[in-house]
Design a protein around this ligand. Sequence first.
Ligand code: DGY
Length: 323
Amino acid sequence: MAEHSGPRLWITRKLTDNTMARAVERYDVIPNPEDRTFTADEIVEMSHKVDAILPCHSEIFDRDVVERLSDRVKIVANHSVGTDHCDLKAFKARGIVVTNTPDVLSDATAEIAFLLLLGAARRAVEGDRLVRTGAWSSWSATFMLGTQVTGKNIGIVGMGRIGQVMARRCHGFGMKVHYYNRTRLAPELEADAIYHDNLAGLLAKSDFLSLHCPAKPETTGLLNAKTIAQLPDGAIVVNTARGSLVVEEDLIDAIGSGKLAAAGLDCFQTEPGGNPKLSAYENVFMLPHIGSATHETRDAMGFRAIDNLDAYFAGNEPHDRVA
Ligand code: DGY
């Protein structure tokens, strides 16, 4: 790492080589080449050594941690669009600037949402296992029938940047797009999507349901026994947003009873790890929180976080300030 007198920056996790190369141009970086995770006490301890922190969603800045951060820390420039790991109110109270990385991961995340949608609908887990294990011994016209995607209704909860990209991908597959959002989109953004001003209205129409809203107190447990019951029988659910949006036990019950035909999940209540009860079902297609995990997007996220740091240390308002 180059030696210089720039602000001292703790990059909590191992980021892409391109991100690290750019970071050391301007900052005196404390890296984490072993990519280990840190406890709350370790985060507080490290904060005394740095002017800025560039964390991932894996570092939890709850009220207790934020209140104990050193006065030396001026900005926390997240390498994530989600900020549910940060108590933004507590950060505001401390006067510490917080930023995130919107826009740059929308395409990659929508790709994973669509992969999960297709994989869940067309029985990817089961099919892969059959071929991979040598258990594929017959074929018939009624073998491994799945749910056709083309022509179906997709309900999108949260029509922000990622939801809008997902809507365009769904249109490309001949799906009819419905959405629920706090506010209706402008006509040019809405395209052919049909707006619902309440969740129940959206659920009733959703052969497929894809979650794209942020994790907040008001969206916690949004998908639960009651809301799942409002979906058509045989619906398929996709979650690339956050595990906290779904009451996992209720989802498991609905998969077990056949109310839901399948699910595609990139997010879980427990991460890392997931939920072993879900693993019992081959109609649940699961990925380990890799929505934004492409070379291109992880570079772009790193650069965006550094752009925010650069703006702050140049005395300007960071573009993606959230606190
Ligand atoms: C995000 O950006 O919020 C993704 O979940 C990766 O952290």
